[in-house]
Design a binder for this molecule. Structure first.
Ligand SMILES: [Zn+2]
Length: 316
């Protein structure tokens, strides 16, 4: 089998991890073997990662304790070991009595592997150690650490730290989170997390034509002269509002009306506050604002109140 590039791996993996009947092949697949023999090559990690991503079975439970990948890891390939853990491969070897090949390697003096295990928060407490709490006792530990009078319904982080001082089991953090999220007393007493918001500010105008708002209504039924849209322009200070019929809502049409019908007649505003329309974001419209030295803001689509004057006018 040839492992020249990633594409070959990706296309052959799915074929090789299932047999003809569609069942997953237990134990070593040809790909796993291939990886083992190629593990000195530079693209090894890449191949393994694509294997795992494709759902290949790298779990040790089907492999009598050790997969070729684990073997490669224990033989000193820290990169492979790290990748196994990062991809949540089963490094806890349920069939091994308490010790995984990785742990064995660490115990034999492979400091790199040991360091990596701890850095990746792998299960460094092998089952069978005294501190390891069996399933049936875990609820008691949770109750004692959270509900007890001396525990005072602490939050997730503090409860977790408290339990970790004395006990350990795989999936502890998740269990603590689930337990506390389901605690009645906590739900009744503790207020939900507050999200900080910037304070609302009133936008005022100090004179006529300082600040105008624009809004496009449509598409409406076509008129005899071919118009389908209405451009509404309103002054914030005087509330003077005018509407113009338009055949389309292109940037060119909108800009032409604003210049010829509003600016030429009434004057140049300091600021335009348009609605969400694409035409107001166009280059042409921005260019117009730039030449006439007009500042342009925009309405947020999630908060139509920011354009309340126009919304009120349109309701009438
Ligand atoms: Zn509680």
């Amino acid at each position: 089998m040839n492992f020249q590039n990633r594409d070959v791996i990706c296309s052959t993996t799915q074929v090789n991890i299932t047999n003809e009947c569609g069942n997953q092949v237990l134990g070593d697949t040809p790909l796993h073997e291939g990886i083992n023999s190629y593990y000195n090559q530079g693209n090894m990690v890449m191949m393994v990662e694509s294997l795992i991503r494709l759902g290949a079975n790298v779990s040790v439970s089907n492999n009598k304790g050790v997969t070729p990948l684990h073997k490669a890891a224990t033989e000193g390939n820290v990169e492979i070991a790290e990748l196994l853990i990062r991809n949540k491969a089963d490094v806890n070897a349920p069939d091994n009595v308490g010790v995984t090949p990785l742990h064995e390697a660490a115990a034999k003096g492979n400091v790199k592997i040991a360091e990596m295990l701890i850095r990746n928060k792998a299960d460094v407490y092998a089952p069978g150690n005294d501190a390891h709490i069996p399933l049936s006792e875990r609820k008691k530990v949770l109750q004692f650490s959270h509900d007890d009078k001396c525990s005072a319904h602490l939050g997730i982080h503090k409860t977790l730290a408290k339990i970790r001082q004395s006990y350990y089991w795989p999936g502890l953090q998740n269990d603590v989170r689930t337990y506390i999220n389901g605690c009645d007393k906590c739900a009744k007493r503790k207020s939900p997390q507050k999200f900080k918001r910037a304070t609302m500010a009133l936008v005022g105008a100090n004179g006529p034509m300082e600040r105008i708002a624009t809004y496009i209504l449509g598409e409406l039924p076509e008129t005899e002269s071919g118009n389908k849209y209405i451009l509404v322009v309103s002054d914030y200070y005087t509330k003077w509002t005018e509407s113009f019929a338009m055949p389309n809502m292109e940037a060119k049409t909108v800009a032409k009306i604003i210049v010829e019908e509003v600016i030429v007649r009434i004057g140049v505003p300091h600021l335009i506050h348009p609605d969400q329309g694409r035409q107001f974001e166009s280059l042409l419209f921005q260019e117009m604002c730039c030449i006439l030295n007009i500042k342009k803001t925009r309405t947020t689509p999630y908060h139509p109140k920011s354009d309340d004057m126009m919304e009120r006018f349109n309701c009438k």
